[in-house]
Design a protein around this ligand. Structure first.
Ligand SMILES: *Cc1c(COP(=O)(O)O)cnc(C)c1O
Length: 311
């Protein structure tokens, strides 16, 4: 009998949707719709979890434990994968104040429905998440578990992301992806051809990602673009929302406001500025993240910013 995760894997094997946007006569821009893999375990989160889940199962673990913030795509994905694959899930969540606000948080509500157990911790405790003493206390509380780091990046995650690019993608000159921890970009770098250029669009302010990516990346054919974070992680303004909505209307592809939206905004801007040579073939990896829009829209509503349209 095939296990549930095998069924999930089949989905991705049969999925290789790229869409040509036709934005310019001088170059081609195609989107690889990894967001279509699954509504919650979408895009890179599926890739990053695949070998971790297999290794948890092989190791005889019945529980996954991981870490994340209030709107984390990673938390959402781990909860859904656990539900599909019959593994218990524990989410260590940054922010004690969220404990009695689950109902108003679509990401946490969804994770709870998927059976995730939460442990809400203060920001200072959250910073200790890699310390042995902290993990020991978690084991005392929850029993043995398979630990997946915050953001899900480890060797097995990079291995999963090496499967994003396929044989058909070898003719592209540029491959673009958003960057959080850099695990996804590292996988893309490792499976790219040396003559391809891999561009990572940082969703965070600060250049510290170079080191993280260098740890996993086996080639030098990459560059980080740091100009399109819109002020920092999860920062968003009317200009970005307007762009996301216009893009969705014109191309029929929803983008998330934290990662893919900022990347595509950046790519369009770089095209305008002549960054890409004529006749370049550019592949954009849509890494998913659409589950976070509902929660973001609640914040936009409070701020009086137009909402993101996505369905
Ligand atoms: C988590 C996430 C990323 C960042 O991936 P890293 O491997 O941490 O760099 C990019 N895009 C989306 C949609 C994500 O959810």
């Amino acid at each position: 009998m095939r296990s549930a995760i095998d069924v999930l894997f089949e989905v991705s094997k049969s999925l290789n949707v790229t869409v040509n946007l036709g934005v310019s006569d001088f170059l081609s821009l195609e989107v690889k719709r990894e967001d279509l893999i699954h509504s919650i375990v979408s895009g890179n989160k599926y890739r990053k979890l695949k070998y971790n889940v297999l290794s948890a199962k092989e190791g005889g673990y019945d529980t996954l434990l991981t870490f994340g913030g209030a709107f984390s795509n990673h938390i959402a994905a781990v909860s859904a994968v656990g539900n599909i694959c019959g593994l218990k899930t524990i989410g260590v969540i940054r922010g004690e104040e969220l404990a009695d606000k689950i109902g108003g948080n679509p990401t946490l509500l969804q994770a709870k429905e998927n059976g995730m157990t939460f442990k809400f911790v203060s920001r200072s405790d959250y910073r200790r998440k890699a310390e042995d003493s902290f993990l020991k206390a978690l084991k005392t509380e929850f029993g043995n578990f398979y630990k997946i780091p915050e953001g899900g990046t480890n060797d097995m995650a990079v291995k999963g992301c090496e499967e994003i690019l396929t044989e058909e993608d070898k003719e592209f000159d540029y491959v673009c992806a958003p960057v959080g921890t850099g695990g996804t970009l590292s996988g893309l770098i490792n499976s790219s051809r040396p003559n391809q250029k891999i561009l990572g669009f940082s969703a965070l302010k600060g250049g510290f990602l170079y080191e993280d990516i260098s740890k996993f990346a086996k080639q030098e054919n990459w560059e980080l673009i740091n100009d399109y974070h819109f002020g920092g992680y999860a920062k968003i303004n009317t200009e970005l929302v307007t762009f996301l909505n216009a893009f969705h209307t014109v191309h029929g592809i929803p983008l998330d406001p934290i990662y893919t939206g900022k990347m595509v905004y950046g790519i369009m801007d770089m095209i305008k500025q002549g960054y890409f040579p004529e006749n370049s073939r550019i592949l954009v990896i849509h890494t998913g993240g659409l589950q976070g829009i509902e929660g973001m829209n609640k914040i936009l509503k409070q701020k009086g910013i137009p909402l993101i349209q996505y369905s």
